[in-house]
Design a binder for this molecule. Structure first.
Ligand code: SAJ
Length: 460
């Protein structure tokens, strides 16, 4: 008879059954690290699923702002749900994580992974949080990473970091998974809950155990896979989108040379059942698309000189320069230069109806206009920042006596503008440069503007 002296092999089986049962009963205590545009909706959504959640952020001001309801999420119902979770203490917040008193069962890592120096991944926040968690992680815990990571980071770097001080073994004593976020800021709770979601385990057992937790908070399909697959898939999604936007932008530049409106070419091409050309624009911003391609290739050992992903980044990063070129050309057509001219930059956020200016093309456009000695006023109904221009509190104030209006973000309120009213306050013989094809040439000209657009006609 085989005597098994060491009972440790039973631990994982017992633990995983206990974990799964606790998940079913919503008894797991969850700690979410990082309360930014991903972490806060994550912490709230998990608390709304019935768990007790501790939201941890190193910035005490951010914690205070969240407590007082000063949050960036503008989606309907977000604030009410946040207040309710805080009032019932279903969600608690702290800027000090005391690992000696921590009794969490699930640790969710939602901190940022920006770029540093020459477009290198900056993993310091993830490493800092994992080192903290490594001092608290116990047998039967689940650590799951929602941050975007270069493929292989969790398996090669984070697992050992979590094992070291505790002496516990990843995959045997505690579980480790990668489950990258896909939500879009204006639909954060809905997309968190309903989007299909990858759950990638350090081991198959990690994936299995983690799925018992995620199946209680995610209604979308769970894609059970490997940790490195989950890391790579996330970056592939955003790199795919960035490459496709770059194609639309390159097509737009071609259409300008040929003299046909890119939006019309794309409209016709997209009637093909298997074609979906994206929208050309003033550039690609946001916390993800401008950086995820670099994270994806960070693990590549091949030369990046012929990379389509890097070529796409170059095309997209050049679009703000192209927009300023359209401004120069259009104003020259009215006998003006940008030096000394009053120019209104309308829309600073990286995309429509958000307040985030991370890597926003507007920043580069304003810098280039100021370098050309233009007098730049800015207006964005969602954004606090001015990005170097003179911030105006109304569209009218920004447009008053302006020789040129540059639309950089396609906010819904811009789409609804009556250009004839706008024309009344603008300067003489004004130009409208449309960075997001919000308007049409005919509408702009009827209202009294010379019109130029990305991929569109040049101002006549
Ligand atoms: N953009 C274009 N043309 C397009 C689409 C986008 O110029 O056709 C520009 C936008 O103006 C913006 C930038 O690209 O400046 C990024 O736009 P986005 O819609 O991708 O916005 P994000 O970064 O908030 O969301 C993306 C989404 N990823 C994908 O759609 C594959 C979202 O699902 C992710 O959760 C998010 O990145 C993320 O957090 O990774």
């Amino acid at each position: 008879m085989l005597l098994i002296a060491d009972e440790s092999w039973r631990k994982p089986v017992l633990q995983s059954e206990q974990f799964t049962e606790s998940a079913r009963l919503r008894k797991l205590r969850v700690a979410v690290f990082g309360l930014g545009h991903i972490g806060l909706p994550t912490a709230l959504a998990i608390s709304l699923s019935g768990y007790s959640v501790l939201g941890v952020d190193i910035d005490p001001d951010r914690v205070e702002h969240i407590r007082s309801g000063r949050v960036r999420q503008s989606e309907p119902g977000f604030l009410e749900k946040l207040r309710s979770s805080l009032e019932t203490h279903r969600l608690q917040l702290t800027s000090e994580f005391d690992m000696s008193k921590d009794g969490s069962d699930v640790y969710v890592v939602c901190v940022q992974t920006p770029l540093i120096g020459k477009k290198k991944p900056d993993l310091r926040s993830v490493v800092q949080v994992c080192r903290l968690i490594s001092k608290a992680v116990r047998a039967g815990s689940l650590v799951t990473v929602h941050s975007s990571l270069p493929p292989g980071t969790t398996r090669k770097k984070l697992a050992a970091m979590l094992e070291t001080p505790s002496g516990l073994r990843c995959g045997r004593d505690f579980w480790l998974t990668v489950s990258p976020e896909r939500l879009t800021p204006s639909l954060s709770l809905e997309e968190f809950t309903n989007n299909p979601r990858a759950v990638g385990g350090y081991s198959a057992e990690c994936t299995r155990v983690a799925s018992s937790f995620y199946s209680t908070i995610i209604r979308g399909e769970l894609l059970l896979t490997d940790a490195t697959v989950a890391e790579a898939a996330k970056l592939a999604e955003n790199s795919f989108r960035d490459v496709n936007v770059a194609f639309a932008n390159e097509l737009a530049l071609l259409c300008e040379d040929v003299g046909v409106p890119a939006v019309e070419v794309i409209r016709v091409a997209n009637t093909h059942p298997r074609v979906r050309i994206h929208d050309p624009g003033a550039g690609v911003g946001g916390p993800c698309l401008p950086k995820d391609p670099y994270l994806l290739l960070a693990s590549s050992r091949k030369s990046k000189s012929s990379s389509v992903v890097m070529a796409a980044r170059k095309i997209n990063d050049n679009m703000p320069n192209h927009v300023v070129g359209l401004v120069r050309r259009a104003m020259r057509g009215t006998g003006k230069g940008i030096a000394g001219s009053q120019i209104a930059v309308l829309g600073l956020a990286y995309k429509a109806d958000v307040d985030d200016v991370t890597y926003s093309p507007a920043g580069r456009i304003i810098t280039l206009l100021l370098r050309g000695h233009a007098r730049v006023r800015t207006y964005d109904p969602y954004v606090e920042e001015s990005l170097g221009g003179m911030k105006c509190e109304s569209l009218g104030a920004a447009v008053e006596k302006a020789s040129c209006l540059v639309f950089v973000t396609d906010h819904k309120m811009f789409r609804e503008l009556d250009l004839r009213e706008v024309r009344k306050v603008a300067g003489d013989d004004p130009v409208l440069v449309d960075g997001r094809n919000v308007f049409t040439e005919s509408k702009a000209m009827e209202a009294g503007f010379h019109y130029a657009a990305v991929g569109g006609p040049h101002a006549s």
